[in-house]
Design a protein around this ligand. Structure first.
Ligand code: 2F8
Ligand code: CA
Length: 313
């Protein structure tokens, strides 16, 4: 057997015979050795025709060597086949694993693509909604702007109408705007104009004068009733009126120099002139149960609201 044929046999464990039949590496190796044995036998026969004992010994040794080589070749062949088979098995399992992983990755990839598609659709729908909302907001804004303009126009109109109304009222009642007419007089209750402003008796009188009026003089029952009901409605505490006894204690005189003779409008126990400085100015305070008893004397330096009266035009 030559080195080349052994190598070929090992490199290609499955080869073919001359008539094209498939044979294994081991079968081929045996054939090679058998051929070698036949060759040796042939050569021995040629050699043996010389016929001495030392030649026989050489031949025996060669025979033994031949058998040893045959066994070695068989062992190597078996191991070689085992290694090849093992590596094939290993590669097969690795390939199976790789295919599994590939399938898994392919599945994952499909899921990812699907999720991406869904996310894209969701995003598109959100964007559409956003655009729709934006359009609606714009429309609403335009509507609001129009309403705002209409409201401003209406407010202007209302201002004009109110000023017309007050002009008409003034014209009809003969009283300035914000004054209440009663018979031939107009009355100003300071609370309606400035609810938090209070003044002493003198300052209150000055304010009335600055308006072309003076502190109210209540000199007939209907007027007492009107004042009483109006302040009761306001629930604003006491109001100065134009009545004082500052010149003569106990002699109550109206600012029109008319001395008060009627006592029924004083609250029970009034006037009592209490306090260190006494009480020389008259005020009215609401009295729901006894509307005619609204009057009290108080210290002229105290601050409170006031009532002005002027003759209507
Ligand atoms: O603030 C002065 C005022 O005080 C009392 O009324 C709350 C007196 N009333 C009585 O004494 C019953 C008022 O007479 C006095 O003017
Ligand atoms: Ca008093």
């Amino acid at each position: 057997m030559s080195g080349q044929s052994c190598n070929a046999a090992m490199a290609n464990p499955q080869s073919r015979t001359e008539d094209g039949q498939k044979i294994s590496f081991i079968q081929r190796l045996s054939q090679v050795f058998l051929n070698t044995g036949v060759n040796l036998q042939f050569r021995y026969k040629q050699f043996g025709q010389g016929g001495d004992g030392s030649n026989r010994l050489v031949l025996l040794c060669l025979g033994l060597l031949n058998i040893t080589l045959l066994i070695a070749a068989v062992v190597i062949g078996i191991n070689c086949a085992k290694v090849k088979e093992g590596s094939l098995r290993v590669s097969h399992s690795a390939a199976t694993q790789l295919i599994d992983e590939l399938n898994y990755l392919h599945g994952n990839y499909s899921d990812v693509i699907k999720a991406e598609e869904e996310a894209k659709n969701a995003l598109e729908s959100v964007l559409k909604n956003h655009t729709r909302m934006k359009e609606k907001i714009e429309q609403q804004k335009t509507i609001n702007d129009n309403y705002q303009k209409q409201m401003e126009a209406l407010q202007e109109e209302s201002k004009i109408l109110l000023s017309n109304v007050s002009a008409l009222e003034e014209h009809c009642s003969g009283c300035p705007s914000g004054w209440i007419p009663l018979n031939s007089s107009c009355y100003f209750f300071s609370y309606t104009e400035s609810p938090n402003v209070e003044k002493n008796w003198e300052k209150s009188r000055e304010d009335c004068k600055s308006r072309g009026a003076d502190l109210v003089v209540i000199d007939y029952p209907e007027e007492q009733n009107f004042v009483s009901h109006t302040i009761d409605h306001m629930m604003a505490g006491g109001f100065w009126v134009g009545l004082t006894d500052m010149n003569t204690e106990g002699k109550w005189v109206w600012i029109n120099n008319v001395t008060e003779v009627e006592n029924r409008y004083w609250m029970d126990g009034e006037p009592n002139d209490v306090g260190y400085h006494g009480e020389d100015c008259a005020m009215v305070i609401a009295s729901r149960m006894t509307p005619w008893k609204t009057r009290n004397d108080a210290n002229c330096r105290h601050s409170m609201k006031w009532i002005c009266e002027m003759t209507s035009r």
